[in-house]
Design a protein around this ligand. Structure first.
Ligand code: NAD
Length: 261
C-alpha cells in the first residue's frame, strides 16, 4: 500500500479507464473522489461500495468537467471530505467522428470543453493545495491522438494535443516543488467509448463485432491487442510513486506500438 493517507480525484471514473485507475489507486490505499456523467444512483452506490471495500474512503461528484464552477466545487468537496487532494487524474473524455467540413460546431465545443478545458479547470483548483503540501501528482489521460492525428477526429486530436501541451506547462511551472504533471497516451482500450467506434465499423462494412474489432486494431495498433484499464492503472501507480519524483512534463505511450511507426 504505497498511497496510504493520500487522496485522489479521478474524473470520468464511473466507467472504462477511469474506473480502472480508481480501483488501482484505492488498491494502494488512496481515498477516491469518483466522478462521472449521467450515472444512476444505484451505479454510484455500487461503485462507492466497491471502493470502500478496499479499506479507503469514497465520495462521488456529478460535476460536468466542462463546467468550471462545478469542477471547482468537486475539488473543494474532495479536499473537505478527505483533508486534501494529492492526486488529480484528468480522465473524463468524449469522442465525436466526422470530416472537418461536416463537424458540428457544438460537437467541437463539447469535445474541447470535456477533454481539454476540464484539465485546466481542475488543475487551476487543485494546484494551490498540492503546492502548499509540497507533494502532488497530476496525471492527464491524453491518447495516442495527443501525439499523432487520424482523419475524422479534428476536435479529439486537437484536445489531446492540447492536453499534452498543458501537461508540459504545468510540469515546468511546478518543477522542484514536489508536484509533478504527466500525461498518459493510451492506444485502443476496449471501453464503451471505443465500442461505439467498433459498432460503427461493423455497421458500415457489414462485419461481426470480432471482425470489426480486428479491423480497428489492425489499422493502428501493431500489437493487435487492446491495452487494458488495469495496465493503465499500474502506470498511474508508478507515476504516483517515489521512483517517479523526477518525471514531470512527460507523455507516456501505452499503445502496443501505435506511435512508434
Ligand atoms: P468511457 O466512455 O468508458 O468513460 C468516460 C467517462 O467520462 C465516463 O465515466 C463518463 O461518465 C465520463 N464523462 C464523460 N463526459 C463527462 C463530463 N462532461 N463530465 C464528467 N464526466 C464525464 O471512456 P474511456 O474509453 O474510459 O475514456 C477515458 C479517457 O481515456 C478519455 O479521456 C479518452 O479520450 C481516453 N482514451 C481512451 C482510449 C480508448 O481506447 N478507450 C484511448 C486513448 C485515450
Amino acid at each position: 500500500m504505497t498511497l496510504q493517507g493520500k487522496s485522489a480525484v479521478v474524473t470520468g471514473s464511473s466507467s472504462g479507464i477511469g474506473l480502472g485507475i480508481a480501483r488501482a489507486l484505492a488498491g494502494q490505499g488512496a481515498n477516491i473522489m469518483l466522478n462521472g456523467f449521467g450515472d444512476t444512483p444505484e451505479t454510484i452506490e455500487k461503485l462507492k461500495a466497491e471502493i470502500t471495500a478496499l479499506g479507503v474512503k469514497a465520495a462521488y461528484s456529478p460535476a460536468d468537467v466542462g463546467n468550471p464552477a462545478q469542477v471547482a466545487q468537486m475539488i473543494e468537496e474532495a479536499a473537505k471530505a478527505f483533508g486534501s487532494v494529492d492526486i488529480l487524474v484528468n480522465n473524463a473524455g468524449i469522442q465525436f467522428v466526422a470530416p472537418i467540413e461536416e463537424f458540428p460546431i457544438e460537437k467541437w465545443n463539447a469535445v474541447i470543453a470535456t477533454n481539454l478545458s476540464s484539465a485546466f479547470y481542475s488543475s487551476h483548483s487543485a494546484v494551490p493545495g498540492m503546492r502548499k503540501k509540497g507533494w502532488g501528482r497530476i496525471i492527464n489521460i491524453a491518447s495516442a491522438h495527443g501525439l499523432v492525428g487520424s482523419p475524422g477526429k479534428a476536435a479529439y486530436v486537437a484536445a489531446k494535443h492540447g492536453i499534452v501541451g498543458l501537461t508540459k506547462v504545468v510540469g515546468l511551472e511546478l518543477a522542484g516543488t514536489g508536484v509533478t504533471s504527466n500525461a498518459i497516451c493510451p492506444g485502443w482500450v476496449l471501453t464503451p467509448l471505443v465500442q461505439k467506434q467498433i459498432d460503427a465499423i461493423a455497421a458500415r462494412d457489414g462485419l461481426t463485432n470480432a471482425q470489426a474489432s480486428e479491423k480497428l486494431l489492425e489499422e493502428k495498433q501493431p500489437s493487435k491487442q487492446f491495452v487494458t484499464p488495469e495496465q493503465i492503472g499500474k502506470l498511474v501507480i508508478f507515476l504516483c510513486s517515489d521512483g517517479a519524483d523526477q518525471i514531470t512534463g512527460s507523455a507516456y505511450s501505452i499503445d502496443g506500438g501505435w506511435v512508434a511507426r
